[in-house]
Ligand binder design. Structure first.
Ligand code: SF4
Length: 479
């Protein structure tokens, strides 16, 4: 199979996402550093504080916050009556992680009596330990508003150094930084200037002091948006995360904006992607009416059928289970049957010795520890011999209508990897990735969608990409 990339049409995706949000009464807020298509899908685009304030006043009851974790936390604090969703729970902020609440408690002990000013890029737990919070736009004013002569400032040492230039107070910095801004070097700015000699340079105060020395203006992202509206400059080199350029160019098509460094991209901010959301929508439409592939009437029957389905087709399992279930109606019957007899009954499903051992072991455990009833939690199911997360997820979903995870079998794993929903090989890691993307109410359905698509279209050896409805969104369709 030859791997070629196709690019989904961002305009179509953005439109579809907007429709979905409207249908569900959700408001989408996106940070200035988000991907262009995410910015296009958003109702509001801005910096972290603007968006948090917006979260407090917008009408929707559900806020989809396309940013990183600390931003969604801040929005949730300012809008306690709303549900704030972060599309990718893995979208953290390394700078925020550099100063935890525990770090801050220890730091304060080293400098008793000094107030703590924290940059908004910190966790809610750390913020709870500070005296006052600031943004990059008002950091100097916040510091100067305090009566004390010495101030602890974290987590960004570069912003601390910038404030030090604007105050007579002594700033004691925490040694944190934003890896994206720290990665912009003076030589990058000089090279951009050489390439665009007419351009002025705007730099974000999270940049190194040596970079700020080369800038014509030092501005927060909100400040850049405002400056673009008033500045006479026709060409601007921008030293910050490159997502900002999309917003500036969109607002001011008459001006030219260039990155100080083209690779200044925050991987966490780019975790929010529209194709993943669209893939789930198409799977749902393509494979409606999800139902278990295995025939069963009781929790015990789906447990046994799932154990038998390992390395075997569902069709074959469904052929033998009616007779099997009639002969062994409860856990005691399986626990007491002679192993050789059970092996003989299930021989045609393959690996019959191991499967018989698992079924008998599970049945004994169910009798001894669960009064003969199939347990209905993930934790208890995993104590049964021969039951791993895939089986437990199928039992929980099919028999108890519970969503504690997503059952990842060979089809779901393959389809998820090809579609870029997970880069992992291990089922548990794939499940973890899927649970971040798939809405919880569809966790049970996703196994049906993945298996159906894997069997009908995205087959192991020869995927039928030419007939695949997901082709435009798939990172690895065959040529
Ligand atoms: S069949 Fe569809 S999902 Fe599978 S690789 Fe081809 S285009 Fe991607």
């Amino acid at each position: 199979m030859t791997a070629t990339k196709t690019t989904p049409d961002p305009a179509v995706l953005s439109r579809r996402i907007k429709e979905l949000a409207q249908e569900r009464g959700a408001v989408i807020l996106a940070h200035n550093y988000q991907r262009p298509e995410v910015q296009e899908a958003a109702d509001f685009v801005g910096d972290s504080l603007e968006l948090s304030r917006k979260a407090a006043v917008v009408e929707g009851r559900v806020i989809v916050f396309c940013g990183v974790l600390f931003m969604a936390e801040t929005a949730a604090v300012l809008a306690p009556d709303k549900t704030v969703l972060l599309p990718d729970e893995g979208a953290g902020c390394p700078m925020s992680d550099m100063l935890t609440a525990e770090d801050l408690i220890d730091w304060k002990k080293q400098y008793p009596g000094r107030p703590v000013v924290l940059y908004v890029n910190t966790s809610a737990a750390a913020k709870a330990e500070c005296d006052i919070c600031c943004t990059s736009a008002n950091a100097d004013r916040v510091v100067n508003s305090l009566p004390e002569a010495e101030i602890l400032f974290g987590p960004d040492k570069n912003l601390a150094a910038w404030i030090q230039r604007h105050t007579t107070k002594r700033i004691i910095p925490w040694d944190g930084y934003c890896h994206v801004h720290q990665g912009i070097l003076p030589r990058d700015v000089r090279a951009a200037r050489a390439k665009h000699p007419q351009a002025v340079v705007w730099a974000h105060p999270e940049c190194r002091p040596e970079v700020l020395d080369l800038a014509d203006r030092v501005l927060s992202t909100g400040g850049m948006v405002r400056e673009a509206g008033t500045s006479a400059a026709a060409e601007v080199i921008v030293a910050t995360e490159c997502g900002m350029l999309y917003r500036l160019a969109k607002d001011h098509p008459e001006k030219k904006f260039f990155p100080a460094k083209e690779t200044s991209l925050c991987p966490n901010m780019k975790k929010v992607t529209l194709p993943k959301i669209e893939i789930i929508r198409i799977l749902k439409k393509e494979y409606p009416d999800p139902k278990p592939f295995l025939h069963f009437r009781t929790p015990l029957e789906i447990l046994v059928a799932t154990i038998l389905s390992a390395q075997c087709t569902d069709k074959r399992v469904n052929m033998i289970t009616p007779g099997l279930f009639q002969k062994y109606p409860d856990a005691r019957a399986y626990a007491e049957v002679d192993p050789a007899e059970l092996e003989n009954e299930i021989r045609s499903t393959g690996f019959f010795r191991n499967k018989a051992k698992s079924i008998k072991g599970a049945a004994r455990k169910i009798l001894n520890d669960f009064s003969g009833e199939i347990p209905s939690t993930m934790e208890d199911l995993l104590t049964l011999p021969g039951v791993a997360r895939k089986t437990a997820n199928i039992v929980l979903s099919a028999a108890f209508h519970k969503a504690e995870g997503i059952a990842v079998d060979v089809h779901v794993g393959r389809v998820s990897q090809r579609l870029g929903l997970s880069a992992h090989k291990e089922p548990e890691k794939i499940e973890r990735d899927l649970c971040r993307i798939v809405p919880r109410k569809h966790w049970g359905d996703f196994n049906f969608w993945g298996v159906s698509h894997g069997r009908a279209v995205c087959q192991a050896r020869k995927p039928r990409c030419e007939a695949c409805r997901l082709r435009a969104l798939c990172p690895f369709p065959s040529a």
